[in-house]
Design a protein around this ligand. Sequence first.
Ligand SMILES: CC(C)(COP(=O)(O)OP(=O)(O)OC[C@H]1O[C@@H](n2cnc3c(N)ncnc32)[C@H](O)[C@@H]1OP(=O)(O)O)[C@@H](O)C(=O)NCCC(=O)NCCS
Length: 191
Amino acid sequence: MLLETARLRLRPLTAADTDALLTYRGDEEVCRYLPFPPMDAAEIARRLATQWFRTELVEDGEHVTLGAERLDTGELVGDVILFLKSREHGNGEVGWVFSPAVAGQGYATEAAAALVDHAFSGVGLRRLVARLDERNVPSARLCSRLGMRLEARLVDNEYVKGELSTELDYAILEHEWAARRPGRPSADASA
Ligand SMILES: CC(C)(COP(=O)(O)OP(=O)(O)OC[C@H]1O[C@@H](n2cnc3c(N)ncnc32)[C@H](O)[C@@H]1OP(=O)(O)O)[C@@H](O)C(=O)NCCC(=O)NCCS
């Protein structure tokens, strides 16, 4: 899976990305509302050999992670994730993690929009959700920028890093996405 946007290339992660991944996925503040601790080199190597190795969605429960590389500098600035929840029901989930070094420049929105586009037009999904901790305001703002609707607020839903977390569930349907982007070209996609 390879996608291109105005400023980014979305492509599979490789061992050459380890240092860049460590700078943001190894950062405590970046991982604050994520369901895993900051990653070290060993954890990144483990993921590169397992979950991040996958480039196609075949079975329910699988996910693909794509690194977001700046076209101008070649620098890896973040990654986006697409989960296949149910092929039968056309359901998926999206997620994103970006380096604070590029915060506030729209890179995460640009990458997430390309992923949503591909999930609907390439993978053929019908409905996408994003789930986040209520305190994760930047992520909620990103959902709103994508046109996702807030569908649920699950009060004190789960423990995240020892604290109860209230979960917000955002969603968007394929026809809602299409209606927001009349005449907009899809992200270039090739298998
Ligand atoms: C969630 C996260 C990706 C959001 O990062 P972000 O920098 O706010 O998002 P973007 O890169 O899309 O930038 C958007 C900001 O840039 C601004 N911006 C500047 N140029 C822009 C452009 N060309 N397009 C869109 N936005 C632009 C927007 O106005 C917005 O600022 P605002 O929120 O103050 O209004 C980031 O905070 C993160 O990685 N957090 C840690 C991981 C995490 O919690 N992931 C979510 C788990 S559910």
